[in-house]
Design a protein around this ligand. Structure first.
Ligand code: ARG
Length: 472
């Protein structure tokens, strides 16, 4: 027998290198509050089912609370020789309440315990991330509201394409983040399931009440297969995939902000409080915040790949490989929360150079499509209208002019049906207003969508599969 909680069948102490290699308490300690919540719920159920006495349960619950307080205060003695947070807490409990503490692990295994803890942790973090996404969307709609009349050039292939309201561009990101929140809520529906009772992998012979445990923890359902429940990490992978999409959306936005802040664009300026300087070039003000958010996207994708790879080829049921789920998950949560927080602050600090955006929006023949549509309204097939407009554009390029500088007699040389009203049609503001369909750029449409988003953001959100925990 060795000094380990599982040391009964061992004749030799664990090698120090193995102890260091297998320990996880230095990172899974962040599961501590959920481990304690889960243990209290389990313990109460054991008493309710008369598997332990209520006096014993009360002692254990009091002990768990005291341990929880030590952890919160920072006085808890974390010991790597007890491997993980689960055994650290159980050992400390026994130190505090005596041998009765050893009854807590009745009808339970670390395999279902760690699955429960991770689910409770992730439920909590999804709620926080949802709040951060909501705050980001609020910052976006506020900025869109402030700059609702500003026109900017829209790009395809990073070439000037068509004028658009700046607010429409901002709200495009709002749509992405709204979908991100839907995805997280969907994922939460599968996170919020109660795995305890699965034991090591085959369930338990004790007459436990799994639903009662779920109810106490505010979880809607219990898992349906003990082998699946101890080896399932799909919900973490789903979360990592959702997080990857959020980072991807942030990163695209970052890329645009970096371009927009560069001298040749000069569309926006990020506040001094969200930029950094150069150690050698005194004139520099660098967009390091969006660069870093863009950079951190890679590591979140990496975590998704890492866990998918860890799971690939794992036989049922629990294998220690699964301990490798935590660091990618924790780092993703930290990276995502950090990125969302700083990004929202940066967005609020943004100054918009409206005149510059509007000047560029009028360049690059951004209303050439409107001229083609004008000709279509005169009866030309679109292909032909496209052709004629292309010739006009080439004429402009060769004579160094923009579309509005073409005289009416010159226009008529390209097509006799062109009239004076063509100058209205090729005005960027008119071009924007003309796209008066759902999802289009007309100011009335943009304002309507803005109002809808403002309204939906003013309502509190609820993620799926969670209830208010009972009596706590
Ligand atoms: N620390 C382990 C993990 O994170 C807990 C479960 C360990 N179970 C076992 N049989 N070794 O996965």
């Amino acid at each position: 027998m060795t000094s380990k909680p599982w040391g009964g069948r061992f004749a030799k102490e664990t090698d120090a290198s193995v102890e260091a290699f297998t320990a996880s308490v230095h990172f899974d300690r962040r599961l501590a509050p959920y481990d304690i919540d889960g243990s209290i719920a389990h313990c109460r159920m054991l008493a309710r089912q008369k598997i332990i006495s209520s006096a014993e349960a009360n002692k254990i619950v009091r002990g768990l609370r005291a341990v929880g307080k030590e952890i919160a205060d920072g006085t808890f003695p974390f010991r790597p020789e007890y491997e993980d947070i689960h055994m650290n807490i159980e050992r400390r409990l026994i130190e505090k309440v005596g041998a009765v503490g050893g009854k807590l692990h009745t009808a339970r295994s670390r395999n279902d315990q760690v699955a429960l803890d991770t689910r409770l942790y992730l439920r909590h973090e999804i709620g926080k991330i949802d709040t951060l996404l909501r705050e980001l969307m609020l910052a976006l709609v506020r900025k869109a509201r402030d700059e609702v009349d500003v026109i900017m050039p829209g790009f395809t292939h990073l070439q000037i394409a068509q004028p658009v309201p700046f607010a429409h561009h901002l709200l495009a990101y709002c749509e992405m983040f709204a979908r991100d929140r839907e995805r997280l809520s969907d994922c939460a529906g599968r996170v919020n399931r109660m795995p305890l009772g699965s034991g090591a992998m085959a369930g338990t012979s004790f007459e436990i009440d799994r639903r009662y445990v779920a109810e106490q923890l505010g979880l809607r359902t219990v898992t349906q297969n003990s082998m699946d429940a101890v080896s399932d990490r799909d919900y973490i992978i789903e979360f990592l995939a959702g997080a990857s999409l959020i980072m991807m959306h942030l990163s695209r936005f970052c890329e645009e902000l970096i371009l927009w802040m560069s001298e040749p664009y000069s569309f926006v300026e990020i506040g001094d409080d969200y930029c950094t300087g150069s150690s050698i070039m005194p004139q520099k003000k660098n967009p390091d915040v969006p660069e870093l958010v863009r950079g951190k996207t890679g590591r979140v994708y990496g975590h998704l790949m890492a866990l998918l790879t860890t799971l690939k080829g794992l036989p049922l049921a629990y294998n220690r490989d699964l301990q490798e789920d935590k660091e990618p998950l924790f780092d993703t949560v930290d990276t995502l929360k950090g990125s969302l927080t700083v990004f929202t602050g940066m967005l609020r600090s943004l100054t918009v150079h409206a005149e510059r955006m509007e000047a560029v929006a009028a360049k690059g023949f951004s209303t050439a499509t409107d001229l083609a549509d004008y000709l279509v309204r005169k009866g030309l097939p679109f292909r032909q209208a496209h052709q004629v407009t292309g010739v006009v554009v080439r004429f402009c390029i060769e004579s160094g002019r923009d579309l509005p500088a073409v005289r009416l007699d010159e226009f008529r040389g390209f097509h006799p049906d062109i009239d004076e009203d063509v100058y209205e049609v090729i005005d960027p503001r008119r071009s924007v207003s003309a796209r008066d369909i759902p999802g289009g750029t007309a100011p009335s449409r943009v304002r309507r969508r803005l109002r809808e988003l403002e309204q939906s953001l003013s309502r509190p959100s609820r993620t799926k599969g969670a209830r208010k925990p009972k009596g706590r």
